[in-house]
Design a protein around this ligand. Structure first.
Ligand code: SF4
Ligand code: SF4
Length: 258
């Protein structure tokens, strides 16, 4: 009998949307379970896991554990670094799943422009004093350990994720189409709200994979949770922003208010 492909899932600090998306994939996962063993190594979301009996829950990792891949969801708070290093030593591959895991998300993004002096000041005032402030020191998984793959999105797109897992299990090199959200938006036949209404949209510079979820389902602009497209033409995008009479202040406001 061929060896089972072992997948571990670790949820760090997260809103729970990515875990819920993984649960929504349960029927597909169950099919995979014929050849795959899924172990939940830790979670923070309040989910009734007993409803998913085929997913093992075991937070302890032993000397002999070895996973083919560990999916890491969420961002890392101070004190959780050891856990992610321990997981790194137990797996062939780590996949960062979702925007928090890739970028650390809001606290780390909003503080990423701090100078060293500003950080020193923040640390002096907050560190070890008020636990809630520890949130400011969140990091992404990718900042702490090497990751083999990164799946963007907030939350991740279920079908892109499943395609990724199938490819991985079949030994193919999982690949994300390098194309902007606009590509998927056009395929969906949406009217472009940037071009027709001048609503600032990050679709032209954001990695696709979500099916252009925001413009399609909510008629809202893309706020960039897929991450910056590798060859994003920022200059051209900014020219478009100016063309529609927006100022740099308005664009910045757009970024921080999302
Ligand atoms: S609405 Fe946004 S994502 Fe869609 S085509 Fe226009 S700029 Fe691109
Ligand atoms: S449209 Fe943009 S913000 Fe919305 S899910 Fe897709 S990448 Fe994220």
């Amino acid at each position: 009998m061929s060896r089972k492909f072992k997948i571990g899932i670790q949820e760090f600090e997260s809103c729970g949307k990515d875990i819920i998306n993984l649960l929504n994939l349960r029927p597909e996962m169950e099919k995979l379970l014929k050849n795959v063993e899924i172990t939940l190594l830790g979670y923070t979301s309040n989910i009734d896991w007993s409803r998913y009996p085929s997913i093992k829950i075991r937070e302890e990792i032993s000397e002999t554990d070895k996973f083919d891949v560990i999916l890491c969801i969420g961002s890392i708070l101070p004190g959780q670094e050891k856990r992610i290093h321990d997981l790194r030593n137990k797996t062939i591959q780590i996949v960062a799943v979702g925007a928090c895991s890739l970028y650390g998300v809001r606290p780390s993004i909003s503080t990423s422009g701090f100078t060293n002096e500003e950080w020193d000041e923040v640390e002096k005032v907050t560190k070890n004093k008020v636990p809630e402030y520890q949130d400011l020191f969140r990091k992404s998984v990718c900042e702490i350990v090497k990751t083999e793959y990164r799946i963007p999105g907030c939350p991740i797109d279920e079908y892109s994720f499943m395609k990724f897992i199938y490819d991985l299990i079949e030994g193919k090199l999982p690949r994300l189409e390098v194309a902007p959200v606009c590509w998927e938006c056009k395929l969906k036949g949406n009217e472009c709200i940037f071009m027709t209404k001048g609503i600032v949209c990050l679709g032209p510079i954001t990695q696709s994979g979500c099916g252009a979820r925001c413009p399609t389902l909510e008629n809202k602009p893309c706020s960039g949770c897929g991450g910056l497209l590798i060859d994003a033409n920022l200059k051209e995008w900014y020219q478009m922003v100016l063309k529609y009479g927006k100022t740099i202040e308005e664009v910045n406001k757009f970024f921080v208010s999302r």
